[in-house]
Design a protein around this ligand. Structure first.
Ligand code: SF4
Length: 375
């Protein structure tokens, strides 16, 4: 099997070129051809020495992911289903807005965290994606969109690692992919425009702060451990207090001076006034000084067998108002691409579950309303 050059950040590509007896500037040229121009063939790389162009195909390739399908939503959202082999497929979603184009990228085939409100979590886990498979999603989307929109400008302006998978449980593949996104010779995205979303893998939040600090979003979804243990099972390992401590340690390195907390609104489960009051107490007082943050409320997107319903709109609005009036910037996520099942928490792809996650969720007790006063 030849080496796939999509598996490298610039440093990795430089090391590979050095093995071939080539200088660093050749790696920069190659990197720019691949990521800035979307090249997949070496013979089109006109400024590379002819001898190198002839040598490269025998030792490496630029291999994207086969596209199984592409769906275009009426609102402009586009969803791709990519084949990652062995019966697994992952989804990637492009969300155009007036002032930005956001690509939601997957990091794993499935997910082992098993959040109760998440369609991916219900499918179980097959495997981590490679760096090349993570980057191939951006590479394909960016160059497809440029052609499609006849644009010479960058189309994907923001990347959110919020597709299938827990990115911080695939750390070694994630970090080189992030570096290629940020690299001026690659996609040149600013750290503020690349977001890693985590369910709360505390030790890896600390490592990310040192290795590649980008914007951080945390899937909170509950204001107390009793409820979060049920909704986001990784909470049993890293409870809320430890997670918020990690957020506070992350902030000095972060490109933004706040953490985004994601909060999926589940009817009668986590959407009551008491829950909002508990959240406020948490983020205002944790660690003495509180956690600078903003909230993103996500209306739950139902999927078969979830056993959950979305909070009614007035409840979501009241919840948002409580947080906003207390001075916390709070947004309610607009549902995009729901006619193609591309909305938050709906990404499912196809996963050959190699874990017991899907079975555990299916066997779990139905979620009951948990009243904070009784905890
Ligand atoms: S919400 Fe994220 S971490 Fe939780 S199961 Fe879904 S993909 Fe995994």
């Amino acid at each position: 099997m030849t080496v796939n050059l999509l598996d490298f950040d610039l440093e990795g590509l430089t090391a590979f070129c050095e093995q071939l007896g080539e200088k660093r500037f050749r790696a920069v040229q190659l990197f720019r051809w691949i990521h800035q121009k979307g090249a997949s063939r070496f013979d089109e790389m006109s400024d590379l020495a002819k001898s190198l162009r002839e040598k490269l195909p025998s030792v490496c390739s630029i291999s994207g992911l086969p596209v199984l399908s592409r769906q275009d939503s009426a609102d402009g959202t586009i969803k791709w289903l990519f084949d990652v082999g062995d019966g697994n497929a992952v989804e990637t979603v492009f969300i155009p807005e007036d002032d930005r184009g956001t690509l939601c990228v997957s990091s794993q085939a499935g997910c082992a965290v098993g959040c109760r409100f998440c369609s991916t979590g219900h499918q179980g886990f097959s495997r981590n994606l490679t760096t090349g498979e993570i980057l191939a999603q951006l590479w394909h989307a960016e160059h497809f969109l440029r052609q499609h929109l006849k644009s010479s400008e960058r189309v994907v302006t923001n990347v959110v690692m919020m597709g299938m998978g827990e990115p911080l449980q695939n750390y070694s593949a994630l970090v080189p992919a992030l570096r290629a996104m940020l690299d001026d010779h690659g996609y040149g995205l600013s750290r503020r425009r690349v977001t890693v979303s985590t369910s709360g893998v505390v030790p890896m939040i600390d490592r990310l702060a040192k290795d590649c600090p980008v914007a951080l979003a945390v899937s909170l979804h509950a204001p107390n451990d009793q409820l979060r243990d049920v909704l986001v099972p990784i909470n049993r390992k890293y409870p809320i207090a430890e997670l918020l401590d990690a957020c506070l340690r992350y902030l000095p390195a972060a490109p933004r001076d706040f953490i985004t907390f994601e909060y999926c609104m589940l009817d009668g489960v986590n959407d009551q006034p008491e829950h909002a009051a508990q959240l406020l107490d948490l983020v205002r007082h944790h660690g003495g000084q509180g956690v600078p943050c903003k909230f993103n409320l996500i209306p739950f997107n139902p999927f078969p067998d979830s056993g959950l319903k979305c909070s009614p709109r007035p409840v979501v609005q009241a919840f948002a108002r409580t947080l906003s009036e207390a001075g916390i910037v709070t947004t309610v996520r607009k549902t995009r691409g729901d006619d193609i099942d591309a909305a938050c928490g709906q990404l499912a792809g196809d996963v050959m579950d190699r874990t017991q996650v899907a079975r555990r969720i299916a066997a779990a007790q139905p979620i009951r309303f948990v009243h904070p006063a009784k905890e």
